[in-house]
Design a protein around this ligand. Sequence first.
Ligand SMILES: C[S@@+](CC[C@H](N)C(=O)[O-])C[C@H]1O[C@@H](n2cnc3c(N)ncnc32)[C@H](O)[C@@H]1O
Length: 405
Amino acid sequence: MSSLNKYKTLTLDKISIHTVKSQHPWIFSKRIEKSSKEFFPGDFIRLVDADNLYLGTGIFSGSKDLISIRVFAFESELTYELIKNRLITSIEKRLPLLVYTDSFRLIHGENDLLPGINVDYHSGTIILRYYSKSLYVFSRMILRALWNLIWNNPNWNLRIENAYIQAPKRIGKNNIQFLNSFRVVRGNKHEYIKIRYRDINYLIKPDMQKGGIYNDIRNLRDYLWLHKSYVYEKNILNLFSNNGLLSKCLVNLGAKKVYSIEDSKECIDVHNLNSAKNPKEIIIKKNLFTEYEEFAKQLDFKYDLIIIDPPSLTASAKDKPKAIIIYKKLISISLGILAKDGILILCSCSNRIHTNEFENISKIAFSENEVKMKRLDRLKNEIDHPILNNFPEGDYFKVHIYKKL
Ligand SMILES: C[S@@+](CC[C@H](N)C(=O)[O-])C[C@H]1O[C@@H](n2cnc3c(N)ncnc32)[C@H](O)[C@@H]1O
């Protein structure tokens, strides 16, 4: 980064100039088709306009990738100092969370101005995931910088013992997953990490989906902590329960019984490991897209609280109509097994369905089933999942809370 004169230069077209000037970090491959042959994945590219005026610096990912350049510096030069200050800002933003948890997203990619790079902090371990192989060298540099910063700032009270890095695996054109194993960069490999959330110590498996824990839904965990009356002595259905941390919170808040349904065996194994056969926890393996209706038909009681948090249903824009049908079906079935005065919590991480649209889908499902629902709340994003105005794609997670009248 210090020898900027070695960078290659790209003259942007009008649309990409607008993109960079509005500080959006993605330049799509179709915008730079002609020039992309001159670049190699991982190249640092100085972006200029037709008058050779400097606009920013990005990293080239490859001509076949949908996103061809991720922009890391706008207007100012890309220097180590710039990145270091960004890391410090991101870390300091998260420090208030330490009061009640030691598990959070330390760097949230585009939303922390580090596109294509996520870093989680779990109780002394940092885990970096990069979304394009082209970002490997840069990611190693970020991980090293993070390690040194945390190590040299004991006043942050962030313990640091291990650092791992996890490489991307492309599934189709739009979908990125991660290689199951991660590389240990510092410290030792631990298959499980014990994290703390309020009065709970919980084992997570960091090589699983979303790094072993969905921390964007901390907002719902916190909300229920403040609304114990929705939980205390209630029968609760937690759909798409993942590793079961949310269910465990509900049990600790005094739920009568929590039924968790999840399809991934790996998630259920982690959930079982943590629930220690607590009779208040019923863990069921089911494909909720095909088996929920049958499950609901066989019930001889109603739930007081139902939480629905399916995986993202819109990997691409063409998936949207099908996603709407799936949301409506999940809501409709749930309305039939929700008690009067019961609470329905609808979550969505499909980034192509925005919050008002999600609310409309829910309203249509309510009226088609002739059920009156009152919206109680919409939750805000967590501080470790910031949202930037110039990056609307990052505003993906919705939690809407309703009461059955
Ligand atoms: C957004 S996550 C839910 C996170 C969870 N609410 C929590 O508190 O951590 C979606 C979950 O749905 C699960 N899943 C995906 N397809 C499923 C299916 N067909 N049936 C049941 N669960 C499924 C995934 O394994 C994942 O754990």
